[in-house]
Design a protein around this ligand. Structure first.
Ligand SMILES: [Zn+2]
Length: 391
């Protein structure tokens, strides 16, 4: 990966580039960035820059033999360690057993990934993958070897907070005085959970989140949308870049907004059908539920989160707090027509329904049951708020 592809401030890249220019590369560094920052990508770009045979003042060249291997994540001197777990098939697992999955997820997400995404990618379910003592033995073996092609051997340990104590203890000596030209970068999201003994043996490099203006511009550019939509995505994801890009692509491509409109219409009709006052086309409802079920858990949670945000806007509108609601035109029209059905009283039930569904999905609930249940509950809540019934 090139520095130009990494979504962090130029200032941070300059600091790293200067360590190479001034030949002051610390052998053990801890890159600390909150969840959703591009820290892992930055670590890879830094290693690629060091190894590049034709680097410029600002970036790696991108086409020398070393860069080509880095682009494919197949450079023989680049080693990754990350949370993994043993199964019936993979006994005594190490990071090596999951290398193919690892390379795939990094390549398709520009190394901007979350722990949850990784868990889903390797179907870990309710297991808690960790970096274990077999990983540190492997790392120690590789540290002993001479580099194959580049001047340095690179070790990137993703989420050192997921190391168990035995694994961490085994690494301490190497972090203090590694053999030869070795660079070990630990990429962490949670400094408090990294063992003190590791903290004290590594040089800390903090990766701050992007300033809001830059963040919004990046989201708008990457998912090709207006800046006002990007701004909404930013606030919806609390300026978590990984989530914003993931959710943004779905908001735009899958058209979450239309899905929410259809969902509300179907839910409303489900309940009114019982009164015999309305004909219902069950196929539409059935199709929508099946579509939602077929999405992965991350996308389902994303969608529920997005829906919840629309409900909150409805509640604000029905409480005459219009100045707090920012929406694109089409959404604003829908919100105004739907707000009379979601008021201060039933709005809180609606929030509960969505929050419960999110929790159920997060804890591996059966998606068909969760969504079907949710549709009926939404229908009943809308009925509670229906101004025509409450005259
Ligand atoms: Zn190069």
């Amino acid at each position: 990966m090139l520095f130009s592809e990494i979504l962090v401030s130029q200032h941070l890249k300059d600091i790293l580039i200067n360590t190479v220019k001034n030949k002051r590369i610390s052998h053990a560094q801890l890159f600390l960035g909150q969840q959703g920052t591009h820290s892992l990508g930055l670590a890879i770009a830094y290693c690629q820059y060091i190894a590049c045979q034709n680097r410029t003042e600002t970036d790696a060249c991108g086409h020398c033999p070393s860069c080509v291997k880095f682009n494919n994540l197949t450079h023989p001197d680049l080693h990754f360690f990350f949370p993994n777990f043993s199964t019936e098939k993979i006994k005594q697992a190490t990071s090596l057993d999951y290398y193919e999955d690892w390379r795939n997820i990094l390549k398709s997400n520009r190394a901007l990934i979350s722990y949850q995404q990784w868990i889903d990618a390797i179907s870990a379910g309710n297991k808690q993958p960790e970096i274990n003592v077999r990983d540190s033995s492997l790392l120690l073996e590789q540290v002993m070897l001479k580099p194959y092609e580049s001047e340095y051997k690179f070790f990137i340990i993703w989420l050192p907070e997921k190391m168990n104590t035995e694994c961490a203890n085994k690494l301490l000596k190497t972090l203090e005085e590694p053999d030869g030209k070795t660079l070990i970068i630990l990429v962490s999201e949670d400094y408090e959970k990294v063992l003190g003994t590791i903290q004290s043996r590594t040089q800390l490099f903090k990766i701050n989140r992007l300033p809001s203006e830059d963040f919004i511009k990046i989201v708008a550019r990457h998912i090709d949308c207006d800046e006002n939509i990007a701004e909404e995505i930013a606030s919806l994801t609390d300026f978590n870049l990984q989530q914003a890009l993931q959710m943004g692509v779905n908001i735009v491509n899958v058209d979450y907004f239309q899905k929410v409109c259809t969902m509300m219409r179907c839910a409303y009709r489900l309940v009114y059908h019982k009164t015999g006052k309305i004909d219902i086309d069950f196929d539409v409802t059935d199709k929508l539920i099946k579509e939602l079920v077929a999405w992965g858990r991350e996308k389902q949670k994303d969608f529920l989160h997005y829906s919840l945000n629309l409900i909150r806007k409805c509640i604000l509108l029905s409480c005459n707090a219009e100045e707090l609601v920012k929406s694109p035109q089409q959404e604003s029209e829908w919100l105004h027509s739907f707000a009379p059905f979601v008021n201060a009283t039933n709005g809180q039930y609606m929030v509960e329904v969505f929050t419960n569904a999110m929790n159920d999905i997060a804890s591996n609930g059966n998606a068909t049951i969760v969504f079907t249940d949710m549709f009926f509950q939404i229908g009943q809540i809308i009925r509670m708020g229906d101004p025509r019934l409450n005259k």
